[in-house]
Design a binder for this molecule. Sequence first.
Ligand code: PLP
Length: 407
Amino acid sequence: MIKINENYLKLQASYLFSDIAKRVAAHQQANPDLKLIKLGIGDVTRALPDACIQAFHAAVDEMANDASFRGYGPEQGYDFLRQAIAREDFQARGAPIEADEIFVSDGAKCDSGNFQEIFSTDARVAITDPVYPVYVDTNVMAGRSGGAHNGRYQGLVYLDGTKENGFMPELPREPVDLIYLCYPNNPTGATATREQLRQWVDYARENKAIILYDAAYEAFIQDDSLPHSIFEIEGATEVAVEFRSFSKTAGFTGTRCAYTVVPKACMAYTDAGDAISINTLWNRRHTTKFNSVSYPVQRAAEAVYSAAGKAQVKDLIAYYLSNASFIRERMESLGYDCIGGENSPYIWIDGKSDSWEFFDLLLNKAGVVCTPGAGFGKCGEGYIRISAFNSFENVQAAMKRIADALA
Ligand code: PLP
């Protein structure tokens, strides 16, 4: 008799996006003429940068010709892209990362979800709350969570993000082995300073732990004092892995290209205490289970680093950030405390009421869709997330409607 992985039964059904969809559909049905404005889901709305499109087209043309056609590529990514990433995203910022430490993939969602596979099932896992749910659910599937009680898994260590700590949780009070961090943060938009990251790196070095650092929103960082990569912190290559994505940087959410940085110096240990390079383990896992991102997509991603590509990406980010700043300014002028929106496309708003009540109010009275903070964890209760991914015209209209509804 074939048996299931019973850990899947421990997963708490994520009602978040299906509940939102249901409430939105019901509202739309009752108000068929209303044009809803969606500032909920974190998907981009603007076209790929022209430099990427041109490189994409040229690479597709290469595929149309026997002489330049390419079949399977290297699982870790083409050298042209790995070199460009190492040089532009890391070495240019003083982070000592080499091309053979870059693993190109089709998404930071899969990578941040899959990476835990190479660690023991009894690893003690710390996650921040509120949190991008992928880190939690993949550890539940792997059997590291125990059962859920009052909305929290008993085997996970939760690091609370609150208004008081600026949604930058304190170090764990008990020893942990694997720590998930995400800055700029989804959903709160909080960012980490160099000093804050240094404390995490020091903790990981002292405890022989590993930090899985999700920097999917790195491109939104405007403040020059903030680190873009955890590898800008001395010693981080011994204890950290970093996830990056072209999704939000350059509008690749539907095109799919991302990468994970696994430094050769980063070690995990056998039962006997022998150090093993996780670069070797991840290389083994990646080459076994993944068969590379398509050649045209990697050429399109490479174009992000051309002079034209850099300028176009800068404009794209500036567009969303000006939406973000508009949203934040309007919500603050209505008397709501906000964080995020300065170095991040998300504005995290204290709704001064139950998350879902505030969601319903904005939906029913303003025709605007946001995301209730409670869907990201216990500490998200009372908050909503508004995303800057939409046209400025829609954002302006949404904020006018919200102001009228809350007046
Ligand atoms: N990491 C975080 C924190 C995200 O918010 C998202 C997407 O919303 C991802 C990763 C997924 O990125 P990708 O599109 O590369 O899978």
